[in-house]
Design a protein around this ligand. Structure first.
Ligand code: H79
Length: 416
């Protein structure tokens, strides 16, 4: 069933920053000489670190280089419109001040500050929506949490819900002003009545707060694809792809396998052209910094967004066309068709159902050269274009067509 999150800001945003930050940034993929082959935030499980040992990280967690404004400015410079940060991941450690559970950044670390307060303020200042990730079922620290080391049959999830999960959600939804959305995760063991209670709880505190697809049991306000999964077909309704910039969510010092700005822009455009939002992750260090290499990549994306944002924000999926043509994608707005040229194929044609007033390179305003021939049999027009040898932007050259009708119709295209 098509989901409708009912929040215009989210439908228009198209691009957000995911932040995975927690105690796992301290071992950063390595513990007692052993490397985890898996993602950084799973180190406790994958290297079987006992709970008491893992909790020792809290005593030395002191991210003195943390600067909320710098993070938010980076997201804003990259053209991201919302930030989703791990308030509590599966390790059970709360990255915010929590009266419900002392295992939190203010009460259990030498840092003693609440980074969420500072981030909430910075987001308000820069006009980004502030959102939380919250692991509602898995909690490896809590005796009644999923994944804690004892048989699930002995656990009382109701008790966990009442004592930790719901009270912490109350804190998140009352201590930091308006929250854009709560990003739940891994609902596999969440019974329908539990998903429903959590959902109702969020809405009772902030009716406009969106609940992500991973609340489970089909209750979310929008659909979340699998981690790093790009769907091949446009889904109806609202949906989002959560994805990594390298191969981990939580910081891992060995992982410098960053995707290039070009790859990331292509992913953004591919997701947007099928109607989705792209939630791109960064994993800050235990000192509180977003790795510089990663920040540089985001700033380069930002330079593209500055000039071409019109073809991203507020756009909708284009009519279906052959997706195996990797060199082109389309986004639309009423009366506008944006053609994203990801590679220079030399010559292209497009069968287009509407007529248009004007076609130009979005970045430079220069006219886009083409010839148009009416195809009376099909009622379409055949557009043929010889592309110049150098396109204005090798990351993605956007051509804007100003259509004579609101609805954009085109049928097929190919290189000649
Ligand atoms: O927060 C990030 C992941 O930690 C979380 N979702 C994203 C956004 C996530 N938790 N569980 N899963 C995703 C699915 C579990 C996959 C597993 Fe594994 C396969 C668990 C163990 C093997 C993923 C891959 C985690 C470790 C290796």
């Amino acid at each position: 069933m098509a989901k409708d999150c009912r929040q215009q800001w989210w439908k228009e945003a198209k691009f957000g920053m995911f932040i995975h930050w927690g105690l796992y940034a301290i071992p950063a993929g390595e513990y007692k000489g052993r490397q985890t082959k898996s993602v950084g935030e799973w180190i406790m499980k994958h290297l079987s670190i006992p709970v008491e040992e893992y909790a020792e990280f809290a005593k030395v967690f002191n991210p003195v280089k943390f600067n909320a404004e710098e993070w938010v400015r980076l997201a804003s410079d990259a053209g991201m419109k919302y930030i989703v940060i791990t308030a509590k991941h599966h390790d059970g450690f709360a990255m915010f001040k929590s009266a419900a559970d002392p295992y939190n950044i203010v009460d259990a670390t030498p840092f003693g500050r609440d980074p969420m307060k500072e981030l909430a303020e910075a987001c308000r200042k820069y006009g980004l929506k502030f959102c939380f990730y919250y692991s509602q079922v898995q909690d490896w620290y809590d005796k009644n949490g999923c994944g804690y080391g004892r048989p699930d049959e002995e656990k009382d999830f109701e008790e966990y819900l009442e004592r930790k999960c719901l009270p912490q959600l109350t804190e998140l939804l009352t201590q930091y002003g308006d929250i854009g959305l709560i990003w739940f995760d891994t609902p596999q063991k969440c019974k329908p009545e539990h998903s429903q209670r959590i959902y109702d709880h969020v809405k009772s505190l902030q009716p406009n707060c969106i609940v992500s697809g991973r609340i489970g049991n089909q209750l979310g306000d929008y659909m979340s694809t699998g981690d790093n999964m790009l769907p091949l077909l446009p889904y109806p309704g609202d949906w989002e792809v959560p994805a990594t910039l390298n191969d981990t969510w939580g910081f891992k010092k060995s992982d410098t396998n960053w995707k290039s700005p070009k790859q990331l822009i292509e992913l953004l455009v591919k997701i947007n052209s099928r109607g989705g939002n792209y939630l791109l992750n960064v994993g800050p260090t235990a000192e509180g910094e977003i790795p510089e290499a990663c920040a540089d990549i985001l700033r380069e994306i930002g330079r593209f967004m500055q000039k071409n944002g019109e073809s991203i924000y507020g756009t909708k999926a284009a009519p279906a066309y052959p997706y195996d043509m990797d060199w082109v994608r389309f986004t639309t707005k009423p009366g506008k068709l944006y053609m994203h040229l990801l590679r220079n194929v030399g010559k292209l044609y497009l069968l287009i159902g509407n007529t248009f007033r004007r076609a130009y390179y979005l970045e430079t305003g220069e006219p886009f050269e083409y010839t148009l021939t009416a195809q009376p049999a099909s009622g379409t027009h055949r557009l043929v274009a010889e592309l110049p040898e150098t396109l204005p932007n090798e990351l993605d050259t956007v051509v804007c067509f100003e259509m004579n009708e609101e609805d954009v119709r085109f049928e097929t295209l190919d290189t000649l």
